[in-house]
Design a protein around this ligand. Structure first.
Ligand SMILES: CC[C@@H](C(=O)O)C(=O)SCCNC(=O)CCNC(=O)[C@H](O)C(C)(C)COP(=O)(O)OP(=O)(O)OC[C@H]1O[C@@H](n2cnc3c(N)ncnc32)[C@H](O)[C@@H]1OP(=O)(O)O
Length: 307
C-alpha cells in the first residue's frame, strides 16, 4: 500500500504547478483507512452522531493563523461523537485554506481535552465499535498532522488520553506552567488508539515513549520540556493570555507568503514520513512550485542581506 506522498511521486509532474498542487492536496486528503480495511465511515459516523454535545470551532484569521477550539468545557472538553465528526469537517476546511500558514489547537475555558467522552466509550464497547472509532480518529489526526500549516497544540489544564494523543498530531506543543499531559490508557485497560503511541515514539524515541505509556505518568510542563515533548512553557497561566502568547510564538515561524510557509511544511512532512529518495523527489517537485514564483522573484529584486 503506497503512502499518499509516494503515490504523489508516481504522478507525472506537469509544468502546470497548480494542477500538481491540486493533486498534492488530493493525495494529502486521502485516508489511511478505507473500505479495503473494513472501514465503513458512514456506519461509524451514524453511531457517533448519537453522542452529542460540545463543538469543534474554527476561526481562520486574516493573518493566516487558524484557531481550532475544542469546546465542551462542562466535560473538560471531552470528545463527544459529534465533536469527532466536527473535527473531521474542520480539518477538511483547513486542507483547502489557500491563505493558511499556521494553526493553534486549544481547549475552551483553560483546559485542553480529557479524551473520549466516557459516556460514548461505555456505549461503544463492542470491539469492532472501538476499532471503527479508532480508524475514524486515526484518519482525521493523520490528515491534521499532514496539513500544509505549522500546527501548535496549546496545552492549558489537562490533556489526557485521546487529548494527549491529539497533541502529538500537531507539529509543536506549548504548555502553561500548571498544565499536565497524561497518557492514561493503561489505567483503562487500553493502549492509545488514535495514533498517539506511534507519533510519541517518533517525537521522543521508543524508551521515553514506553515510560510515559507503561507508567501512565503525569507529565508536567517542566518534565515535558526536559523530554523534548514541548517547545516552551508559556509564562502565563490564566485563561486567555496563553493563546496570545502561543500566537506570538507561532508568528516567529509563519512570517512570509502562505505558499512559501505551506511549501516548507510539505517538504518537512515528506522528510518525516518517506524513504529518503522519495522525500528527495517530493522536495524537488515542491521546490519547482516556488522557484521563480512571486516571493522568490521579489526576494531576488531586493538584494536581501541575511545578517
Ligand atoms: C483512545 C483514547 C480514548 C479512548 O479510549 O476512547 C480516551 O481518551 S478514553 C478517556 C480518557 N480520559 C479520562 O479517563 C479522563 C477522565 N476524567 C478525569 O480523569 C477527570 O475528569 C479530570 C479530567 C482529571 C478532571 O478532574 P476534575 O478537575 O476533578 O473534574 P471532574 O472529574 O469533576 O470533571 C468535570 C466533569 O467533566 C466530566 N468529564 C471529565 N472527563 C470526561 C470524559 N473523558 N468523558 C466524559 N465526561 C468527562 C466529569 O465526569 C465531570 O462531570 P460530572 O461528573 O457530571 O460533574
Amino acid at each position: 500500500m503506497f503512502s499518499f506522498l509516494e503515490m504523489t511521486v508516481s504522478l507525472l509532474w506537469k509544468p502546470f504547478h497548480r494542477i500538481a498542487n491540486g493533486r498534492l492536496m488530493q493525495q494529502r486528503t486521502m485516508s489511511l483507512y478505507n473500505q479495503t480495511h473494513g472501514f465503513r465511515e458512514d456506519e461509524i459516523k451514524a453511531k457517533l452522531q448519537q453522542f452529542t454535545g460540545g463543538s469543534v470551532d474554527l476561526s481562520k484569521e486574516d493573518d493566516g493563523i487558524g484557531i481550532l477550539t475544542l469546546n465542551n468545557p462542562r466535560f473538560m472538553n471531552a470528545f463527544t461523537g459529534t465533536m469527532m465528526i466536527e473535527l473531521q469537517e474542520r480539518v477538511a476546511e483547513l486542507e483547502s485554506w489557500k491563505n493558511g500558514k499556521g494553526l493553534i489547537v486549544h481547549g475552551a475555558e483553560n483546559t485542553f481535552c480529557s479524551g473520549s467522552d466516557l459516556n460514548a466509550v461505555r456505549t461503544l464497547s463492542r470491539p469492532q465499535d472501538g476499532v471503527n472509532m479508532c480508524m475514524f480518529m486515526q484518519n482525521i489526526l493523520t490528515r491534521l498532522m499532514r496539513l500544509p500549516l505549522i500546527t501548535v497544540a496549546l496545552i492549558q489544564g489537562k490533556a489526557l488520553g485521546g487529548g494527549a494523543e491529539l497533541t502529538t498530531a500537531c507539529d509543536f506543543r506549548l504548555m502553561t506552567s500548571e498544565s499536565e499531559m497524561r497518557f492514561v490508557h493503561k489505567h483503562m485497560g487500553l493502549v492509545p488508539g488514535w495514533g498517539g503511541a506511534a507519533r510519541l515514539v517518533q517525537i521522543l524515541g521508543s524508551s521515553p515513549a514506553l515510560r510515559l505509556l507503561s507508567g501512565a505518568e503525569k507529565v508536567d510542563a517542566e518534565r515535558a520540556l526536559c523530554l523534548g515533548l514541548i517547545e516552551a512553557v508559556l509564562p502565563s497561566s490564566e485563561e486567555r493570555r496563553p493563546l496570545q502568547e502561543a500566537r506570538t510564538w507561532l508568528n516567529l515561524y509563519t512570517k512570509g507568503p502562505p505558499e512559501v510557509i505551506q511549501s516548507v511544511k510539505k517538504v518537512v512532512s515528506a522528510g518525516r514520513e518517506l524513504q529518503l529518495e522519495t522525500a528527495l523527489r517530493i522536495e524537488k517537485e515542491i521546490f519547482g512550485t516556488v522557484w521563480g514564483g512571486p516571493a522568490n522573484l521579489h526576494a531576488l529584486a531586493q538584494r536581501t542581506k541575511h545578517k
